[in-house]
Design a protein around this ligand. Structure first.
Ligand code: FDP
Length: 335
């Protein structure tokens, strides 16, 4: 059987550019450059065990997590790819205390916020990992006071997405219109369009959460979990538990099959564990563009104004009806 017509990411971006001439032309280069970052990280994660890149470096990142060698590598790749690009003014990364001003400095129109290697506790066991990225438009051009101020002053997310390094490498991006998904053909070295647009089903039958922490969650969230475990064939319960330890992997499955991923506040993470700028907000744009919902449990993630670079936030992402149900339980209005 002949291959179906293959569309490379480059072709796809060219046709998008032709369809949307109003979009700044450099925008498409941002996405292409991020796909390049994903390819380099994919190559390294595949051979990490053979080239001495598994294990820790002995440092902790700015949010207190132990740094893996692959975390550091992935961060260097992302910084290297955008430092000289002339496209972004600065890079905010999970792996860097401070924003990194790029060589293009104040000429860049965007700020890149990135988690270079999400789910890095999976690296040493050959589990899935990912990269999450968001491009924010700067609220001012030229020399501005500080990145925190620029982000706080209503700078908006213009595009976001993720790469998933699993059995295959997947690259997903959105500008808030559709969510195309590309799969890497390793032999060709090209991302090829594999899903024209991801649509998150309105409801699923699975949930992803670290249930080991259930006793530390708010009563409403505990009752939500108990509710998902009750038998009710009309609503497809009990839901199955699927938790990989990598947000991107769980989210990708949730976008395709439906369901919910959540990481609420607990005793070790009073504000939640995930970070707003390079996890919650970028994935919220992806999920909502795909027809799903992204919430803290009490408000849409997209409505939060960042107050600091490494700010944490409780997160519930996925099928619209499942996240709405989570919000009702979080508000104490059990089903
Ligand atoms: P990790 O710390 O390994 O990078 O973003 C953080 C994250 O992984 C998510 O990818 C994942 O869903 C979650 O944290 C795992 O946290 P727990 O180990 O606490 O479950």
């Amino acid at each position: 059987m002949a291959d179906r017509e293959l569309v490379t990411l480059a072709q796809y971006l060219l046709s998008e550019q032709a369809e949307h001439p109003e979009t700044e032309s450099e925008f498409w280069t941002l996405i292409a450059q991020m796909a390049y970052v994903a390819k380099v990280i994919a190559r390294e994660t595949r051979r990490a065990a053979l080239v001495g890149r598994l294990g820790q470096v002995g440092e902790r990142n700015p949010t207190g997590d132990t740094q893996k060698k692959l975390d550091v590598f992935a961060n260097e790749v992302a910084v290297g790819a955008f430092h000289r690009s002339g496209l972004v003014a600065a890079i905010v990364s999970e792996e860097m205390d401070e924003p990194k001003a790029t060589l293009s400095g104040s000429a860049g129109r965007y700020i890149l916020c990135i988690d270079p290697l999400d789910g890095s506790s999976n690296t040493d066991t050959n589990g899935s990992v990912g990269t999450i990225f968001g491009f924010f438009r700067r609220s001012c051009q030229g020399r501005c006071s500080s990145i925190e101020t620029e982000l706080r002053q209503g700078t908006s997310l213009v595009a976001s997405g993720y790469a998933l390094y699993g059995p295959s490498t997947v690259f997903v991006y959105t500008r808030g219109r559709t969510v195309p998904c590309f799969t890497l053909d390793h032999d060709l070295g090209e991302f090829l369009l594999s899903h024209d647009a991801l649509h998150c089903p309105p409801r699923g039958q699975a949930y992803s959460a670290n249930l080991g922490r259930v006793q530390e969650w708010d009563g409403g969230i505990q009752r939500f979990v108990a509710h998902l475990g009750e038998r009710d064939s009309d609503s497809g319960r009990p839901y199955s538990l699927r938790y990989s330890g990598a947000l991107v992997a769980d989210l990708h499955r949730t976008l395709i099959e439906g369901g919910i991923y959540f990481y609420p506040a607990d005793a070790s993470h009073r504000e939640g564990k995930l970070r707003l700028l390079y996890e919650g907000a970028p994935l919220a744009l992806v999920v909502e563009t795909a027809g799903g919902r992204a919430s803290t449990g009490h408000q849409p993630i997209a409505e939060i104004t960042p107050t600091s670079l490494h700010q944490r936030v409780p997160v519930a992402l996925g099928s619209r009806e499942d996240v709405q149900l989570y919000e009702r339980f979080a508000a104490g209005q059990d089903a």
